[in-house]
Design a protein around this ligand. Structure first.
Ligand SMILES: Cc1cc2nc3c(=O)[nH]c(=O)nc-3n(C[C@H](O)[C@H](O)[C@H](O)COP(=O)(O)O)c2cc1C
Length: 225
């Protein structure tokens, strides 16, 4: 068992006005983020994707297992294969009766469909895998704790880092996603979690006119006193 090995925590306590200003500026920036479904083919330096992955890798995780793997695809031939396989799954979901009517109804305002040309256009595809369990050097399974929650938080940081750098993405789940394990040669202990196309929005890029819930709708407070 690894021993507890504490180090001092460096923490800068800020003046209240600065705390508020930072909170407001983060909120304003976060509110401008949108999921993009029309991408430009303009190249994005690999270094920017690396920075976003490193930011994602700072996420908290159950028992610090860091159960995430970011698989980055820039190879045009592989992107083409991913598009073809994703569209095959999406065709069955949207047109083949695999999605129940209420799901299709929920998606209608988003204008999504089975076709995913952006998967070929975009400079990078980043597929995030959830590590279901770790593997010790002798091949023994090592339990991961709360991997889904941990990877979800890492994905949130990844999205925020891309947005902060001026890049766009889409949280994409072309389900079932087993084809991604096959195409990307991932082992059995990794499960596809979310696929992120990463690039710039196309010159013409529309997004659905959505409403975000108000604070009162998404929070409940028990302040006491
Ligand atoms: C877990 C998850 C899965 C999603 N899957 C898809 C998807 O497969 N295709 C798609 O077009 N959008 C997908 N979305 C994007 C949502 O439709 C989008 O986040 C939502 O409509 C809000 O829009 P916004 O991201 O622009 O704020 C997904 C979002 C999440 C969080």
């Amino acid at each position: 068992m690894d021993a507890y090995r504490p180090v001092p925590h460096r923490f800068d306590r800020l003046p209240p006005e600065e705390m508020r200003a930072r909170g407001e500026s983060f909120l304003e920036e976060a509110a401008r983020r949108r999921s993009v479904r029309f991408f430009s083919p303009d190249p994005v330096p690999r270094e920017l994707v690396e920075l976003a992955i490193r930011a994602a890798g700072t996420a908290p995780s159950g028992a610090n297992r860091q159960p995430w793997r970011f698989v980055v695809v820039g190879d045009p031939a592989l992107k083409r294969e991913i598009r073809a396989a994703a569209e095959e799954e999406e065709r069955q979901s949207y047109l083949g009766g695999r999605m129940p009517a209420d799901w299709l109804e929920a998606l209608a305002p988003l204008g999504t469909g089975w076709e995913k040309p952006f998967l070929e256009v975009v400079p990078w595809i980043v597929v995030v895998f959830e590590e279901l369990y770790g593997l010790a050097e002798d091949g023994a399974k090592r339990k991961n704790y709360y991997p889904k929650e941990s990877v979800g938080i890492a994905c949130g940081l990844f999205i925020a880092a891309l947005h902060r750098m001026g890049l766009a993405t889409l949280t994409h789940t072309p389900s079932p996603m087993a084809f991604l394990s096959r195409l990307l040669g991932r082992p059995a202990n990794e499960k596809p979690f979310i696929l992120f196309p990463v690039g710039y929005p196309d010159a013409v890029c529309e997004v659905p006119d959505i409403r975000r819930k108000e604070l009162a709708e998404i929070s409940v407070w028990h302040e006491g006193g």
